[in-house]
Design a protein around this ligand. Structure first.
Ligand code: HEM
Length: 118
């Protein structure tokens, strides 16, 4: 089964979506502070992993792993929502269709409970 990740052209296109998404996240006062003490390379790795996960790419995570890396952040629903909103905008910017965007957002939603309030 081909994933949205493959449909979009794999890593090459993902890198462009990541750059765009990254700018949106860093410009958003509601969430950019979480990345304040994160070095740039890790930050970029995070965005890449986030986007790849949403699109069904090679970086797939278990709920347990996601809880572990976000523990201590006490992420609230509005923080998660802000990230989802930026993902939607970044995908739309690159011409991804509504149906594919919905599938990507569903994927991200499935990890919400593992990531917030930790
Ligand atoms: C489905 C949703 C998400 C996925 C798949 C995801 C993925 C990951 C992964 C794999 C890491 C491990 C470290 C790394 O790769 O650099 C990480 C760390 C992190 N995540 Fe997420 N994340 C999600 C949602 C969020 C949200 C909503 C926020 C905040 C608004 C967030 C903020 C962070 C921060 C600040 C780190 C630590 C980076 C560091 O090491 O300094 N994540 N995330």
């Amino acid at each position: 089964m081909s994933t949205l990740y493959e449909k979009l052209g794999g890593e090459g296109t993902i890198a462009k979506v990541v750059d765009y998404f990254y700018d949106l996240v860093l410009a958003d006062e509601e969430v950019n502070h979480f990345f304040e003490n994160t070095d740039m390379a890790k930050q970029r790795a995070h965005q890449t992993k986030f986007i790849s996960y949403a699109l069904g790419g090679p970086n797939q995570y278990s709920g347990g792993a996601m809880t572990k890396v976000h523990t201590g952040m006490n992420l609230q629903p509005e923080h998660f929502d802000a990230i989802v909103k930026h993902l939607r905008e970044a995908l739309a910017h690159f011409g991804v269709g509504e149906e594919d965007i919905a599938a990507a957002l569903d994927k991200v939603e499935s990890l919400r409970g593992d990531i917030i309030y930790k």
